[in-house]
Design a protein around this ligand. Structure first.
Ligand code: ZN
Length: 312
């Protein structure tokens, strides 16, 4: 059981203005900022991690806010919608809340028999709040305005849009252990029974859709969860033996990672549960100070000067 892919680990997207991104996800959506660090490949840029209290795998949405990057375009070969699981009966609260904060939203609709509310963040990133048909026992992070009885519980699913789903589907079924659950028109739902939640990948087949352009408001990559770095390396073998290019193991401080581009064009990552977000600050202080990987600690003063000031 434990040496399987355990659903989604985190999802990473691109934002423009850092303050606007921080405000939206912590205040409007009510997530917890569980880590404030920098892009390890570009330390003049923040890397924000938003999640539940612990930043549990399956709840973590992360952003690189690149000021002035310009608007991206969703399209094929991309993760095009992020689905959060919310409690039954909470969609009225969210509709009202989004109205109050001028969030772009659609009316409540249904797919695969589940009610959902589509909305966009200030950069145009597409998200859904979904009332899961199956039980979701996870407890969301509560804030003064977004109490736990309406709070997001973590991911429900990710939606990938592809010109052709065949090859991506075979990665999910043959290597990751997912199964096709249902099909509705050009939408396919894959699920793993290795974990109870954050276990769904939807795929939309759109043969004529232009390729997406990665910039603000688009997804950067989708990370799947494994228990530890031993399992990570087992999957590295399996993926490499399919002839796909894959990185060596990379230390991301809070997890170990591998990256590969799946045949449909989406950047996939595998990420471990260990060591987690409490490795460099206690649970009650998560996200309160700027954390730097050790290679940048000597340049902290310079980095702090470069990063935009963030107000609570
Ligand atoms: Zn990642």
């Amino acid at each position: 059981m434990e040496n399987r892919i355990l659903g989604l680990h985190h999802i990473t997207a691109i934002a423009g203005n850092a303050q606007r991104n921080y405000n939206f996800y912590t205040k409007v959506l009510g997530l917890r900022l569980v880590k404030k660090t920098v892009n390890f490949d570009d330390p003049g840029t923040y890397h924000f991690y938003f999640g539940d209290e612990q930043g549990a795998p399956g709840t973590i949405l992360t952003f690189f806010p690149w000021e002035g990057i310009g608007q991206g375009q969703t399209g094929s070969g991309m993760a095009t919608s992020i689905g959060y699981s919310v409690p039954q009966g909470s969609l009225d609260f969210w509709t009202e809340r989004f109205k109050k904060y001028n969030v772009k939203q659609e009316s409540v609709s249904q797919k695969f028999g589940e009610q959902y509310l589509s909305f966009q963040d200030p950069d145009g990133l597409q998200l859904d709040l979904i009332v899961a048909a199956t039980h979701d026992a996870r407890k969301g992070w509560g804030t003064t305005e977004v109490k736990t009885d309406v709070a997001t519980k973590g991911f429900h699913s990710i939606t990938l849009t592809l010109r052709n789903v065949t090859h991506t589907a075979s990665i999910l079924t043959d290597i990751f252990g997912y199964k096709l659950l249902k099909q509705e028109g050009n939408r396919y739902r894959f699920i793993t029974d290795a974990i109870e939640n954050a276990s769904i990948v939807d795929m939309i087949e759109a043969p004529d859709l232009a390729a997406g352009i990665g910039a603000a408001g688009t997804n950067h990559h989708v990370a799947f969860r494994v228990r530890d770095d031993n399992v990570l390396m087992e999957f590295r073998e399996k993926i490499a033996s399919r002839g796909l290019g894959i990185t060596p193991k990379i230390d991301r401080d809070y997890f170990f990672s591998l990256y590969f581009r799946e045949p449909g064009g989406v950047l996939f990552e595998l990420a471990t549960d260990n060591p987690g977000f409490t490795r460099d600050e206690p649970l009650n202080e998560l996200g309160t100070s700027l954390k730097l990987p050790k290679q940048y600690e000597d340049s902290r003063k310079q980095i702090e000067k470069t990063l935009p000031v963030l107000h609570d």
